[in-house]
Design a protein around this ligand. Structure first.
Ligand SMILES: NC(=O)CC[C@H](N)C(=O)O
Length: 190
């Protein structure tokens, strides 16, 4: 399994380390020519969604990545990555817009910008959840399966081959969410 990690900005290294621990082959997408290498799955990391969207457009990555996601490439977006995939973004502009969710940016306000909790993740069990100026999913529309909620807010969801979490499993030691993604990608890849 070859996993590409968008490495323009943000917490991409931590994802790479997790994926390698799980035995995946990993490489970084920084410029257009990196897309020449074939890959089975894509990670959109946490960071600043507005900056990532701008850099993707400037570097000619936006269109080809959108086409791949639309064609069914398994993709996992954490935090800013969730915002990049959302069809509607409150407090921001949709980027790929491929997932039928409404994301609320910086949803927890300034006071509670960052926090840690543990909650149930469907099919996995209780997982650690680190939130950093995180969004949550205000609305899940058609074909979206809710995988986790914290205090009634949706923080993880899946639609076909697209997985999103508002929290950062790459910042905790627990590998199970990444494992979940790799298994999902395995099933989706032909
Ligand atoms: N840790 C994160 O990825 C924060 C997301 C950031 N607040 C955004 O709007 O893009």
């Amino acid at each position: 399994m070859v996993v590409a990690v968008l490495a323009l900005q943000g917490a991409f290294l931590e994802h790479e380390q997790m994926l390698k621990k799980l035995g995946a082959e990993v490489f970084e997408i920084r410029q257009k020519k990196d897309l020449e290498r074939p890959f089975d799955a894509l990670i959109l990391p946490g960071g600043e969604s507005t900056v990532m969207a701008k850099l993707m457009r400037e570097d000619g990555l936006y269109e080809p990545l959108l086409a791949k996601i639309q064609a069914g490439l398994p993709v996992y977006g954490t935090c800013a990555g969730l915002i990049l995939l959302a069809r509607e973004v409150e407090g921001g502009t949709p980027a790929f817009g491929t997932m039928n969710i409404r994301a609320l940016r910086n949803a927890y306000g300034r006071q509670l910008g960052s926090f840690f909790t543990e909650e149930e993740f469907k099919g996995i069990g209780t997982v650690p959840m680190t939130f950093i100026r995180a969004p949550y999913i205000e609305k899940a529309y058609e074909d979206v399966e809710v995988l986790a909620t914290v205090d009634g807010k949706i923080v993880a969801a899946r639609q076909g081959n697209q997985l999103v979490t508002a929290f950062h499993p790459e910042l905790d030691a627990d590998l199970r969410v990444h494992q979940y993604f790799l298994e999902m990608a395995k099933k989706e890849s032909r």
